[in-house]
Design a protein around this ligand. Structure first.
Ligand code: AMP
Length: 123
C-alpha cells in the first residue's frame, strides 16, 4: 500500500488550505461536495485522520473513527432527502478501482436513477 501523502488535495482541504463546500461534519469526519459531480447530489465523506484508502482505514482506524464516519454518511443522506429515493455509496481503493485521491473517501451519489453499478464494458 502506498504511504500517506500529506500534500494530497483532501489533506489540504482538512488543513483549510483549499476551500470546499462543506455539507456536514463531526469531530472525526467531514462531508463536502465533489468538485466534479456525477449526480445531482455527489458528496465525499472523509475521515479527518490520515488514511490512504479503505484498506488502510479498515485496518488502522479506531472504532470511534469508523462509527463517526459511517454515522455521518447516513446523516448526510437523510439531510439531502435521499433516504426514500435511494443513493449509492462507493469507495475506490487502488489502481484497478481508479482511486485518484490517496485519502480515504466515500462517494455518496443520488438525486437521479443511477443505473447499473458498473459499465457494460468487458473486463
Ligand atoms: P476517486 O477517483 O475515488 O479518488 O475520486 C476522487 C474524487 O475527488 C473525484 O470525484 C473528484 O472530482 C474529487 N475531487 C478532486 N479534487 C477535489 C476538490 N478540491 N474538492 C472536491 N472534490 C474533489
Amino acid at each position: 500500500m502506498i504511504p500517506y501523502d500529506e500534500n494530497n488535495v483532501f489533506a489540504k482541504i482538512l488543513r483549510g488550505e483549499i476551500p470546499c463546500n462543506v455539507i456536514d461534519e463531526n469531530d472525526e469526519a467531514l462531508a463536502f461536495a465533489d468538485v466534479n459531480p456525477q449526480a445531482p447530489n455527489h458528496v465525499l465523506i472523509i475521515p479527518k485522520g490520515a488514511y490512504v484508502s479503505f484498506a488502510d482505514f479498515s485496518e488502522r482506524a479506531t472504532s470511534t473513527e469508523i462509527v463517526k464516519l459511517v454515522k455521518l454518511i447516513g446523516k448526510v443522506a437523510r439531510e439531502l432527502g435521499l433516504q426514500e429515493s435511494g443513493y449509492r455509496l462507493l469507495a475506490n481503493h487502488g489502481e484497478d478501482a481508479h482511486q485518484e485521491v490517496p485519502h480515504f473517501h466515500v462517494h455518496l451519489c443520488g438525486g437521479r436513477p443511477l443505473g447499473a453499478l458498473l459499465s457494460a464494458r468487458t473486463p
